[in-house]
Write a protein that binds this ligand. Structure first.
Ligand code: MBD
Ligand code: FE
Length: 265
């Protein structure tokens, strides 16, 4: 960012806040409460959580709102680089007693004109069956439910994982306390995060949601798009799950990713 741009953005932001203070006749107790809360937000390490929940969807729309291909969604605060590179048959790293039902997530990666993209890399991360993320919650092993894997010659993939559950933002921290004070719930619908990359295409960061999730219409992060909602198909019949080599029920879900051509402008 150039110094000129920085000066312009900062001046505008301060003007905006000064105008806000004047319009609302902010008194000292309100100003001091805001300063105290912001300080706690910083000390708690929740700045990325707070900004991603309240602001990232706008950043995402401003940057990618008009892009062809699969709609984008926010990255959120919990992406970690360097997830394990998986070998087929793909399975996200999980614990022996991994909470959650087995999920087989499959699909394709194609170009906007429908050509399959072989060797596209999917970098997938998700909460586990208890709604917690590895590398964030110390009770979960590092890189649990995080992995990178490539599409096959037909642009297809299938990865074994667990069905994520809706995620609730920590309630004890400054972000959770604010939501509570506002009378808002802290839920995100269950979701898979994924970044898809392939040579010659724009990278795609998005999220996949599931039909019927009670939080689809009121995501605290405002990141749901109907084109990103897919169906979770449940298999509970022993005949079905034994065929898959499982000893309990499982689910499948499918999504077809479309990568936009490289933006050369
Ligand atoms: C999440 O899991 C998430 O995806 C976002 C965007 C914000 C908080 C928690
Ligand atoms: Fe998430």
């Amino acid at each position: 960012m150039s110094n000129e741009r920085l000066v312009k953005l900062f001046d505008d932001l301060v003007d905006l806040l000064k105008d806000f203070i004047a319009r609302h006749d902010l008194d000292y107790s309100e100003y001091n409460a805001a300063v105290t809360w912001l300080n706690e937000l910083g000390q708690s390490g929740e700045v990325p959580l707070f900004t991603d929940v309240f602001l990232e969807s706008t950043v995402n729309t401003v940057n990618f709102g008009h892009r062809p291909g699969t709609e984008t969604a926010i990255q959120g605060p919990f992406y970690i680089e360097g997830a394990p590179l998986l070998e087929p048959p793909y399975e996200l790293p999980c614990r022996d007693d991994q909470p959650g039902d087995v999920l087989f997530f499959s699909g394709t990666v194609t170009s906007a004109d429908g050509r399959p993209i072989a060797g596209a890399l999917l970098d997938l991360w998700q909460a586990d069956g208890n709604g917690v993320y590895s590398n964030i919650d110390p009770s979960v092993p590092p890189f649990n439910m995080r992995g990178r894997f490539a599409t096959d010659e037909q642009g297809g993939f299938e990865v074994r994982s667990v069905v994520p559950v809706s995620y609730e933002i920590p309630k004890a921290g400054p972000t959770g306390r604010l939501l509570e004070a506002l009378g808002r719930h802290a839920h995100r619908p269950a979701h898979l995060h994924v970044t898809v990359t392939a040579d010659g295409y724009e990278a795609l960061t998005t999220q996949i949601y599931f039909e019927g999730d009670p939080w689809l219409d009121s995501d605290v992060a405002g990141a749901v798009k109907s084109s990103l909602v897919t169906r979770l198909v449940r298999y509970e019949d022993p005949g079905d799950y034994r065929e898959r080599g499982l000893d309990g029920r499982y689910c499948t879900a499918t999504f077809h990713f479309v990568l936009p051509p490289l933006d050369t402008t």
